[in-house]
Write a protein of this length. Structure first.
Length: 283
């Protein structure tokens, strides 16, 4: 039976680990705050005290942690057995994807750069989209893990960092959609327009965006049940801006970053990224 060491059981990692267990995989899970991992015991997951205990004899190491430094810190202390394959699903940005790939080479561990597309709901439903880049000879084995957590896997070649680069491209679009919806709804209120008309006029058109319909009602209600935290959305926006550098003007991502940082500073860091609205409106 395949054994997976799953490190990081936050809002995304917990349902991913649970879906692996439901698929018949043996899962040993660790989280820095153990209380966040404990509910997985009811799903058949073994919750362990340390990353080292999780990886002992594991076929796969899956990391789903907050950022590159967190992944590097945890990996640095591990002693992996020959044959363990590292599936790095966190969104870490280009610099850290390269650093983690180098760390895997030093450790003699096959490395797959495989960030996932989706938030809490798709993670719970096993409907994430996996963007993957890694050695050809690990595709078949990794499929058992990817098929359990996602509905589709896109292999993008063998070069680590390729999948991370595409993830940043996709995140730039998602950030633009969320921030744009917030700005339009805030403008409607300022101009005395019924915000519902924003949705009504979009209906049935080419610019009708389901993402706006998902996030917009949260913005109008001021209630932000978390699908993806604003603090992590800000991290992702920062990675997009850093990746663009001076080559292009990613003004949309920069605006989203500024608004998200304002929202986080106002105490909305653990709220859904729709709380970007709180960084747009002038209270």
């Amino acid at each position: 039976m395949t054994t997976v060491a799953f490190l990081g059981t936050g809002i995304m990692g917990r349902p991913m680990a649970a879906n692996l267990a439901r698929a018949g995989v043996t899962v040993r899970a660790w989280n820095r705050t153990r209380a966040k991992a404990e509910p997985l015991a009811a799903e058949g997951v073994t919750v362990v005290e340390s990353p080292g205990e999780a990886v002992k004899g594991a076929d796969f190491l899956v990391t789903m942690l907050s950022d590159g430094p967190a992944v590097a810190e945890v990996f640095r202390g591990l002693s992996l057995e020959p044959g363990t394959i590292w599936l790095q699903t966190s969104t870490v940005g280009i610099e850290w994807a390269d650093r983690l790939a180098e760390a895997s080479v030093a450790a003699g561990v096959p490395f797959v750069d495989c960030p996932v597309m989706g938030t809490k709901g798709p993670a719970e439903q096993g409907q994430l989209q996996v963007l993957a880049a890694g050695p050809d000879n690990v595709h078949d084995g990794a499929a058992e893990v990817f098929d359990a957590i996602g509905s589709r896997t896109r292999w993008l070649g063998t070069e680590p960092g390729t999948a991370t680069r595409l993830k940043l491209v996709m995140n730039a679009w998602i950030l633009a959609l969320t921030n744009g919806a917030g700005e339009s709804l805030a403008l409607a209120k300022v101009l005395g327009v019924d915000p519902q008309l924003f949705f009504d006029v979009m209906s049935g058109t080419g610019f009708d965006v389901p993402y706006a319909r998902a996030k917009g009602p949260m913005m109008l209600s001021g209630e932000y049940p978390t699908s993806f935290p604003a603090s992590l959305a800000a991290k992702d926006a920062r990675l997009v801006v850093e990746a663009a550098g001076d080559a292009i003007d990613v003004g949309g991502a920069a605006a989203a970053l500024a608004h998200l940082e304002t929202a986080v500073e106002a105490g909305h860091g653990e709220d859904d990224m729709a709380a970007v609205y709180e960084g747009i409106v002038k209270r």
